[in-house]
Write a protein that binds this ligand. Structure first.
Ligand code: SF4
Ligand code: SF4
Length: 111
């Protein structure tokens, strides 16, 4: 019989990353935080396997709990943050195809 744990009700929330990795090639998808929807709760932060989610500098909005942002050049497009945010908090992260993201934001993701 499958082993049960007191955290079973959180499934299918992804597991926390066991170790921090690095990007090896340009990902197909890019995570984008909708800063207007993000509460700044930081629940997503420890789930990112490459540790590329950070708080927006306080000066940008001048509010006590700023939203988070993604360091795009490090994101591997794994979608974990988006799943975590949707399941546990507020649904504030969108996964965009990288090419679409680059056109929309006039930003070139390095690999
Ligand atoms: S879990 Fe969602 S609402 Fe919370 S900080 Fe991350 S993106 Fe923002
Ligand atoms: S998709 Fe989200 S969790 Fe995955 S690497 Fe990018 S920012 Fe981190």
């Amino acid at each position: 019989m499958a082993k049960t744990s007191k955290y079973d009700h959180y499934k299918p929330v992804p597991d926390l990353a066991e170790k921090i990795n690095k990007k090896k090639k340009k990902p197909k998808l890019m995570a984008v935080v909708d800063e207007d929807n993000c509460t700044g709760c930081q629940v997503c932060v420890p789930f990112c396997p490459v540790d590329c989610i950070e708080t927006v500098p306080v000066e940008k909005y001048g509010i006590p709990i700023p939203p988070v942002q993604i360091r795009f050049d490090e994101c591997i497009g794994c979608q974990i943050c988006a799943r975590v945010c949707t399941k546990l908090t507020w649904d504030a992260i969108r996964m965009l195809p990288t090419e679409e993201f680059e056109t929309l934001y006039e930003y070139t993701v390095t690999d």
